[in-house]
Design a protein. Sequence first.
Length: 313
Amino acid sequence: MGAPDFAVPALDALVDLGVDVVAVYTRAPKPGGRRGLELTPTAVHRRAEALGLRVLTPTSLRHAEAQAEFAAFAPDAALVAAYGLILPPEILATPRLGCVNLHASLLPRWRGAAPIQRAILAGDAETGVGLMRMEAGLDTGPVAREARIAIRPEHTAGDLTRALAEMSGQLLRDCWREFAAGELAFAPQSEIGVEYAKKIDKRETPIDWRRDAVAVRNHIHALSPAPGAHSEIAGAHATERIKFLRVEVVDASGAPGEILDADFTVACGSQALRAIEAQRAGKAPMRGADILRGGRPAVGDRFTPATFPPASV
């Protein structure tokens, strides 16, 4: 059970291990394409079809029909990775070995929907992925194995997601046979250090250049590539919104939000950030310095203070 790219290595690992994958559950295709008219299947859907596996896309697992269909597979286990649907008690109780989840954090820190983004936002030194047994609570179940990775200054959420996806596949290869034999030990989570990773809200996307450069960098990288942290600046004819996707801290100063040089260095409350990659509205991502080559915005321009959220965000 999974949906985005993050879950694909886990599916591949099961197939490589020779597991009999009787069904793949994923989210229903969504409208996409250039005009939003084409139905776009999830990454897991595409990979499962390429592997010749049966794919199901129920909109909910709370209904008796969906639960009966799931039970008809007589599954020994269900593996969940970024599925996006709640598994009710009836589903959790069906597999002989239970339902297990690959969660992208070091539990109990960052239970919930956006663990990778929240770890970067908080300035955590490391994160990881763990195999946990699912229960009724939100990511509260016992954990069997973990793999860890340091969060480096250059890491975006996209970078960490790809790294953790590959780590999750390897984690399964290392312990799935032990789990299938009923020999894998699960340890209860600590009651200390619990944090919840709430879903990223659109109100969190504006950049507050008044904060120190490290905090702004973490904000930008946590929201990259999507939904993207942005700021607005007055153009020749209208206000333009620019997303910042990848930045680095540099030792420079100026009024918060001011563009300091042709390398697209923007002043923060302390120090500054050089934009390595950014994106104009409706355009493809490009090198930060290339955005300034058109003349607007220009060195000396300042991002509009009115777009700043409260400094506490």
